[in-house]
Structure formats: C-alpha cells, structure tokens
Design a protein. Sequence first.
Length: 81
Amino acid sequence: MPDMSASASLAMTHLVPLAKELDEDKVTPGVLGFIVFAVMALAVWALMKSMNRHMGRVDFAESEESGAEKSGVTAAAEKRG
C-alpha cells in the first residue's frame, strides 16, 4: 500500500507557493462560482417542485379492491397452513 502522507506532503509543497501568490483580500468565487451556485439552486427548486407534484398524486386512502386482495391473500395463507 503506498504511503499517502508522502503524496499529501508533495501536493502541499506544490500548492503552498501558489497560495502565497494570491492576495487574501482579492480572492472571490467569481462568475463561475455564481453560475455553479445558481444552477444548483435551480436544480433544487425543480426537484422540490417535482416532489410536491408527485406527493400530491399519492392516494393515501385504501381502496376496496386492495382490501379484497388482502383478504384473498389471507385466505390462501390459511389454506396452506
């Protein structure tokens, strides 16, 4: 198994000089960050709208047919055993 700490320290030695070049006061998410956030927000909104539509179609009342089917299953189970 390779030593993961060696690869992590190698990655850090390459990233530390890049971090020193950035001005901490000027780092912002930028336009790309806004676009990604907006797309994620729209996706969540669409999923919630779809979920509400599907939950509205659910009938929680038990129909009489399913009750008859259940009694038929119970009768078959009684015959077996």
